[in-house]
Every structure is written in structure tokens, then in C-alpha cells.
Design a protein around this ligand. Structure first.
Ligand code: SAH
Length: 428
């Protein structure tokens, strides 16, 4: 979501203030930091970065520094008080006002702060994307009403809002006409999508069906899913919608019912496993990835073992795992925590080792198979090769003289490397 927001900030600044992006901060008139506050570490980095940028500002007094995203939303005025070099503070829901905030800051030399949650749809103010990629993010809903006890998102991005289906389709049709072949529908709690179509509220499954009919869009992903909101019509869609990839990111967080309850996740390990098997019934071979939090307040050895057990049972593909980080204004931050830092670190290492083993096993199994891949461009490792992605998001590098960038190809997987696969072009 932050990547998507950053791209929109650049689109806006280019359109309204004729900015262009530079890789050299010394050349910049405006430095924008789009921040994340999901864990404390991400938040701390913000102040380090501002410290480095302050030195540039000392050399160039006309330089403006803008801080956006969830740390800005969370800290508000405190941010520019703690870091006086900051000129503009804006939130995820006011990023469309960034060009105006910049103009005001330049004209008046006064600090600008706007972290409100305006009722108006910011999407109405965003210009068409200028990116020329083969895959694109499309924000379809924002915010979250789930209030998981560990999570800061409802406090920083606000309540759930869904965009109308018609608007999303216009955006996706425009992307498709510029060569985009794969879209990733974004929302903090995307399964609870409730956008309207002809003034009637519709589900994520309805939206996906419509998107699958857009000419040129042959691959659809969506993220992030909440298991509690995974509706039956979406499960059904896996039967007969080939555009929907055979991969779902479905964060389970923990395998312990006791911890899931404390997290306020509203599902049990058993109901999560049941959902997985219902999706698998409709789409044999589908892979699942997840997010995990280890060391939640009071997590016992038994709770942690339950997490390892569910990992084994599902056989997760490449996943993300984090040590619990207390966040401001969240109930979990007030819970008693008797688990030592060392134990948390140890558990994270054990879990990550297991997850790596599993995803490596999946890669190994792919060797010898034929994979339908979308060719994204030139390989990062070797400019003489191209890079493609499988449905379960594996990077495949392969050599070819054919002009297949932006196309779907069948690649025979011939080798497994540490972070990627090697392929051979079969036909396209
Ligand atoms: N539904 C959200 C999830 C994003 S956060 C969305 O897509 O916007 C990504 C992951 O960060 C979560 O799934 C969770 O595993 C982890 N996370 C969230 N809050 C956390 C915290 N306080 N400490 C550690 N990890 C956290």
C-alpha cells in the first residue's frame, strides 16, 4: 500500500507542480518520506532519515522536507516539534493535498500539517498513473475496522472505505491499455470490500469477476486478506476464474487459539485450516503464504508450538514473520508480557528456519515443471537475461532473444537458486 501511495505522490507532484523524481537527494527541491508505523523499528528509522536530510537542508535553505504516511498520521504535530527540519506533515488520507501543502510551505515559509481523515474521496483527486510497468497495484479499499489488539492500522489509516466498482474498472482499463497485464487489488482488509456497483454494495468476488473481464488483464492478485472476512463467494471463485492466481496471502499470525483470541482475530486454528481446505478443494495445488507474530504478550512454549504445528499442516509458501512490537493506542500494548527478548528472538529464528525450509521445498518441487510466467523485464542479476514471475511469486530468470517482455510465457524450471529459479523458454 505504501508503494502504491508513493507512486501516487509522484504522479500528483509531477502533474500539479511539474516535479520530476531524482535519485540524488542533493539535487532535490522537496524530499518526501512515506513512513510506516506497523512496527516500532520502521518508526525509528524515520527520525534517523530526517537527521540525515537536515544536513542537506543546512546547505540548501530552499529545500523542503515532507513526512507522510502512518508515522505522520500517528505523531502529527509532535513530529515537527521533535524534528524542526520538517516542513510538511501529511497523512495517508491527505496525500492528494501534498502539492498544495508544498505550495503553501514555499510561499509562506510556515509549517504545514494535515493529517485529517476527510470525507471526500482522495481518489477523485489522483491523476492517472504514469508508470509503465507490466504489473500494477490498484487500491480498492482503505482503512480497517477490525481492531486486532496489536495493530495500529485502524488508528493511522482510519475506518474502512471502499471505492466504487465503476471507478476501479476505469482505472484498470486505463492500466490495461498501457500494457499492464497483472493487477494487485489493495486494501488493508480487502476481503471486506463493499464498493458499490450501480449504487448497490458488492463483494470482492464480484469485483474480481468484473476485473477478470477487462481486456488484457490476465492475472489478478489481492492483498491483504483477513481470514475472518474470507467470504464463500470468493472461495467459489477459485473454481472457474483462471485469472485469479493460485496463490493466496492469508495472514494467520498465530496457531494458538488462546493467542488468536487475545489478538482479537475472530477465528480459530481449526476454522483457518477449514478455510484453507475449502479453497484447496476448488483449486488443487494452490499455495498459501502468511504473516506471523511471535512473542505476543504472554505467549507460552505451547502457544508457539501450536504456531509451528499450523505451519507444518498448511505447508506455507514464502511468508513473513515478526517479533511482536507494542504500538501506541493498542490494547495489546497494555497487556502483561513475561516473555523475554531472548526467547522471542529464539522463537523467531526457529519459525523462520522452518518457513525457509518449507518454501525451499516448494521451489525444489517446481524444478522440472512447466510454469506460466509473466515476463516483467530485464533480469536484475544479468542484463542479458529476462525476469519473469510465477503465480506463487517466484522470480525466474531465463535467456532468450525473443521480445516477450509484458507477455505470458511457459518456462520450464531447470534450477533452484537461493532467491530465484532458472527457467528455459518453452513456447509463448
Ligand atoms: N491487514 C494489514 C496487515 C499489514 S501489517 C494490511 O494489509 O494492511 C503486515 C503484518 O505486520 C501483519 O500481518 C502482522 O503480522 C504484522 N504486524 C502488525 N502489527 C504488528 C505489531 N504490533 N508487531 C509485530 N508485527 C505486527
Amino acid at each position: 500500500m505504501n508503494e502504491y501511495d508513493s507512486a501516487k505522490m509522484l504522479d500528483l507532484l509531477s502533474e500539479k507542480e511539474e516535479f520530476t523524481a531524482t535519485d540524488t537527494p542533493e539535487d532535490a527541491d522537496l524530499l518526501v518520506l512515506n513512513t510506516c508505523s506497523i512496527r516500532e523499528k520502521a518508526q525509528e528509522r524515520v527520525f534517523h532519515q530526517i537527521g540525515r536530510w537536515k544536513k542537506l537542508k543546512d546547505k540548501n535553505p530552499n529545500l523542503k522536507i515532507a513526512i507522510g504516511g502512518c508515522v505522520a498520521s500517528q505523531e502529527g504535530k509532535k513530529l515537527s516539534q521533535r524534528a524542526p527540519a520538517v516542513d510538511i506533515v501529511f497523512g495517508p488520507q491527505t496525500l492528494h493535498r501534498l502539492p498544495n501543502l508544498y505550495k503553501e510551505a514555499s510561499n509562506t515559509e510556515k509549517k504545514q500539517l494535515d493529517i485529517s481523515f476527510p470525507k471526500i474521496e482522495k481518489f477523485d483527486y489522483l491523476p492517472q498513473s504514469s508508470s509503465d510497468t507490466v504489473t500494477a497495484f490498484v487500491s480498492v479499499a482503505e482503512g480497517c475496522n477490525k481492531y486486532c489488539s496489536f495493530c495500529v492500522v485502524p488508528h493511522t489509516r482510519g475506518h474502512e472505505v471502499s471505492r466504487p466498482v465503476e471507478d476501479i474498472l476505469v482505472e484498470i482499463e486505463a492500466l490495461a491499455s498501457r500494457g499492464v497485464r497483472e493487477v494487485n487489488l489493495l486494501g488493508q482488509n480487502v476481503n471486506n470490500f463493499k464498493g458499490t456497483f450501480e449504487n448497490e454494495k458488492k463483494s470482492l468476488a464480484f469485483l474480481i469477476e468484473k476485473v477478470s473481464k477487462v481486456n488484457g488483464i490476465d492475472r489478478i492478485r489481492y492483498t491483504t486478506s483477513h481470514p475472518f472476512e474470507f467470504k464463500d463467494d470468493l472461495v467459489d471463485l477459485y473454481k472457474d476464474t483462471p485469472e485469479l492466481v493460485s496463490h493466496v496471502h492469508l495472514p494467520v499470525q498465530s496457531g494458538s487459539d488462546r493467542i488468536l483470541k487475545l489478538m482479537r482475530r475472530r477465528y480459530s486454528a481449526a476454522s483457518y485450516l477449514d478455510l484453507i481446505s475449502r479453497i484447496r478443494e476448488n483449486r488443487p495445488g494452490i499455495s498459501f503464504s502468511s504473516d506471523f507474530i511471535v512473542g505476543f504478550p504472554g505467549e507460552t512454549d505451547k502457544d508457539f508450538q501450536d504456531t509451528l504445528d499450523i505451519v507444518e499442516k498448511v505447508g506455507f509458501d514464502e511468508s513473513f514473520s515478526f517479533i511482536y512490537s507494542p504500538r501506541p493506542n493498542t490494547p495489546a500494548a497494555e497487556m502483561e508480557d513475561n516473555v523475554s527478548k531472548d526467547t522471542k528472538k529464539e522463537r523467531l529464528t526457529i519459525l523462520q528456519h522452518k518457513l525457509n525450509e518449507l518454501s525451499s521445498k516448494i521451489s525444489r518441487k517446481m524444478v522440472g515443471s512447466l510454469e506460466r510466467c509473466l515476463v516483467l523485464g530485464v533480469s536484475k542479476k544479468n542484463p542479458g537475461e529476462l525476469q519473469a514471475r510465477t503465480e506463487n511469486n517466484r522470480v525466474v530468470n531465463f535467456a532468450t532473444d525473443a521480445n516477450v517482455v509484458g507477455k505470458f510465457v511457459n518456462l520450464k524450471i531447470v534450477d533452484q537458486l537461493t532467491n530465484s529459479l532458472r527457467g528455459k523458454l518453452e513456447r509463448f
